[in-house]
Write a protein that binds this ligand. Structure first.
Ligand code: PHE
Length: 345
C-alpha cells in the first residue's frame, strides 16, 4: 500500500510538471485528489491493516495528498503568470509605429464660394435670408412685376408642379417674401443664397439646377450709385483689387433701371483675349433699382422708399475664379476634381 501511494505521488508530480495549462492542471487535481481518485481508493483498503500500521499509513496518505496539492498550487501560480505574460505579449502595441493619416473631408468648392460671398456681405451689414425651393407662382413671378402671360416669363423656362406652384427659377422670390414680411418698413439689407431650377439642357455652361445669391437693400434715399459702389467692393474683394467693373443697361421686369455688371478680364487686363471673347470684360451678374411696382405690391411706399437688388450665380463666379471650364464638375462629385479644392491635402 505504501508503495502504491509513493507511485501515485510520483505519477501525479510528473503530470503536474507537464501540465500545459490551467484546465489540464485542474483535471489532474480532480483525477488524483477527487473522491473517486486513486488515493481515496487506496485509503478504502485501510480497514484491512493492523492497528499499528493504520495511523502510519494515514499519515503517509496525508503527506502524499499534501505534496500533490502544494505542487498543484505552485504549478498553478506558474501557469497563471505565464498566461498573463502571453496576454501582455499579444496585446503589445508599438507606440513608435507611424500613425495612419486620417482622411479629412472638405467643403465643396461651391459651398466655399457661397460662404465666402456670404461673409463678404455679412461684413457689410447684410443678414442671410432663405426661402422655399418649391415656390408659388405669385412670389416667383407675379410679385416681381411679371403677371401671368408676361412675355418676359419666357426668359426663365420653368418646372411647374401645378398651375400655381413651381420650382423657383431664381432667388428673387425671397426678395418679395422678405419685403412682404417687413410690412412696408425699412431698412432691408439681405442676401439670399439657394438652389434654383430651370428647364435647360445640361451642357458646359447650363444646368437644370444651379445656385444663386440674391441681394436686396431697401431704405430711404438708396440710389444707383449705392448699387455700383457695393458691386465694386464685391468685385474687388472677390477677384482682386485691380479689377474694374462696368454697368451695362439691361432689362429685368422687377428692376428699373436694370443693369448687367461686367468685370475687367484678368487674363488680358482688359485688352481682349479668348476668355473675354475679345471684349476685355466678363459678365458677372444682373442688378437694378427695385421697380416701384414691386415695392408697392409688397406694401412699400415707393415715394419714400427705394432700393436695389442684384442676383448672381456662384457657379459662374467659382468658374471664373478657379478657371473651371464645365459647370457639370460641380454636380458630378468626381473626387479628383473636389480634391483640388482641399485645404488639408
Ligand atoms: N433674378 C434675375 C435672374 O435670375 C437676376 C436679378 C436679380 C436681376 C435681382 C436683377 C435683380 O436672372
Amino acid at each position: 500500500m505504501q508503495e502504491r501511494l509513493k507511485e501515485l505521488q510520483a505519477e501525479a508530480l510528473d503530470k503536474i510538471a507537464q501540465a500545459a495549462d490551467l484546465k489540464e492542471l485542474n483535471d489532474i487535481r480532480v483525477a488524483f485528489l477527487g473522491k473517486k481518485g486513486p488515493i481515496t481508493e487506496v485509503l478504502k483498503g485501510m480497514g484491512k491493516l493492523s492497528a499499528e500500521e493504520r495511523p502510519k499509513m494515514g499519515a503517509l496518505a496525508n503527506e502524499v495528498r499534501d505534496a500533490i496539492s502544494s505542487q498543484i498550487e505552485a504549478r498553478q501560480t506558474e501557469l497563471e503568470a505565464a498566461a498573463v505574460e502571453l496576454k501582455l505579449a499579444a496585446e503589445k502595441i508599438d507606440v513608435t509605429l507611424p500613425g495612419r493619416p486620417v482622411k479629412a473631408g472638405n467643403h465643396h468648392p461651391l459651398t466655399r464660394i457661397i460662404e465666402e460671398i456670404e461673409d463678404l456681405f455679412i461684413g457689410m451689414g447684410y443678414t442671410v435670408a432663405e426661402g422655399p425651393e418649391v415656390e408659388q407662382d405669385y412670389y416667383n413671378f407675379e410679385a416681381l412685376n411679371l403677371p401671368k402671360g408676361h412675355p418676359a416669363r419666357d426668359m426663365q423656362d420653368s418646372f411647374y408642379i401645378t398651375e400655381e406652384i413651381l420650382l423657383r427659377t431664381h432667388t428673387s422670390p425671397v426678395q418679395a417674401r422678405t419685403m412682404e414680411k417687413r410690412q412696408g418698413k425699412g431698412p432691408v439689407k439681405i442676401i439670399c443664397p439657394g438652389k434654383v431650377y430651370r428647364r435647360d439642357n445640361d451642357d458646359a455652361t447650363h444646368s437644370h439646377q444651379f445656385t444663386q445669391i440674391e441681394g436686396l437693400v431697401i431704405d430711404e434715399n438708396i440710389r444707383l450709385s449705392d448699387l455700383k459702389g457695393t458691386l465694386d467692393v464685391f468685385a474687388k474683394k472677390m477677384f482682386g483689387a485691380d479689377r474694374e467693373i462696368r454697368l451695362r443697361p439691361s432689362f429685368f421686369p422687377f428692376t428699373e433701371p436694370s443693369v448687367e455688371m461686367d468685370i475687367s478680364c484678368k487674363m488680358c487686363g482688359g485688352h481682349g483675349c479668348s476668355t473675354c471673347k475679345g471684349t476685355g470684360w466678363i459678365e458677372i451678374l444682373g442688378a437694378g433699382m427695385v421697380h416701384p411696382n414691386v415695392l408697392e405690391m409688397a406694401g412699400y411706399d415707393s415715394k419714400r422708399y427705394t432700393g436695389f437688388a442684384f442676383g448672381m450665380g456662384p457657379e459662374r463666379i467659382a468658374m471664373l475664379k478657379y478657371g473651371i471650364d464645365d459647370i457639370r464638375h460641380f454636380y458630378t462629385n468626381d473626387i479628383r476634381f473636389l480634391k483640388q479644392f482641399s485645404v488639408t491635402e
